[in-house]
Design a protein around this ligand. Sequence first.
Ligand SMILES: NC(=O)c1ccc[n+]([C@@H]2O[C@H](COP(=O)([O-])OP(=O)(O)OC[C@H]3O[C@@H](n4cnc5c(N)ncnc54)[C@H](OP(=O)(O)O)[C@@H]3O)[C@@H](O)[C@H]2O)c1
Length: 318
Amino acid sequence: MRAVVRRRYGDPLEIRETPAPAAGPREVLVEVRAAGVDQGVWHLATGLPYAVRAAGFGLRRPRRPILGLDLAGVVAAVGPEVTGLRVGDEVFGTGDGTFAELAVSTERRLARKPERISFAQAATVAGSGVAALQGLRDAGRLRSGQRVLILGAGGGVGSFAVQIARILGAEVTGVCSAAKADLVRSLGAAHVVDYATGEPTGRWDLVLDTGGGRTLRALRHLLTPAGTLVIVGGERGGRWLQGSDRQLRAGLLNGFTRQHLTGLLSKATAPLLETLAAWMASGALTPVVDRTFPLAEAASALDYLRAGHPRGKVALTL
Ligand SMILES: NC(=O)c1ccc[n+]([C@@H]2O[C@H](COP(=O)([O-])OP(=O)(O)OC[C@H]3O[C@@H](n4cnc5c(N)ncnc54)[C@H](OP(=O)(O)O)[C@@H]3O)[C@@H](O)[C@H]2O)c1
């Protein structure tokens, strides 16, 4: 099968013929129709920040040469112990090495794709949609009627978060560049702040931080006295931690203030994917795909993500 590989961190991405994987007894083999491209893929391609390597992805070399985690596709084979999915089912979720024609996953990492949603859209959900859901509902304990501030509202996680916060009944303020203001409003934000011309002023029950790299102190100033801060991530900071020290410091400070300060480590599981699938099926949630690239242009897709300020998400299609 064709797959996008890199043998060492930072090597140019190549498309190569590689042996096709097979489904083990509890595994599902998916014929990949689309794969999500996000900042996490770039981190695993480059091995930066170095903290990523220490997190089990391979210290000196990538443990898995094939890139990609998010997918949408059609079940091609199931192991004998798989009971909930059959060959031919259309699914989305995560797999091992999804920038490839075939990828292995499990029932616990997949859900059925709603008909209303394209494969490209569905392929963007497991990373960004799940992070938005867990960040707002679980880590953020968002309740109906609360006011939420979403930093990076027009990006991958942010474009899901604005919609999910609305579904959960919150009043949303989105912070983004001027080019994305119309998108963020159309997704349901009541207020939009262009970060180039001014910082948000006010206090929010929940702040979800997905971009901009503001200091912990600046983020806390945006919270009500008992408000909640969820730091999802950001692309600023040094090569060792890339700003993840903010999450660590938030965790340390958390016990000493009335505010609730936390980082997020999201993980796509079938129940989370099914919640998102139900919202997508009803039309309440629609993944925003800015642009798709063919598998062979994975490197261009990553360049576009890093430099192009996409509106919402980027995906590879096969
Ligand atoms: N913790 C977890 O489990 C988890 C899960 C998923 C993602 N992440 C991390 O979360 C971060 C966001 O991911 P993503 O996929 O949403 O990235 P993304 O698509 O690049 O979105 C980030 C957004 O931040 C915006 N931004 C830049 N500067 C800003 C500022 N000063 N104020 C407000 N917004 C600003 C960007 O807008 P412009 O392009 O218009 O400048 C962009 O839309 C990444 O670092 C990713 O690795 C963490």
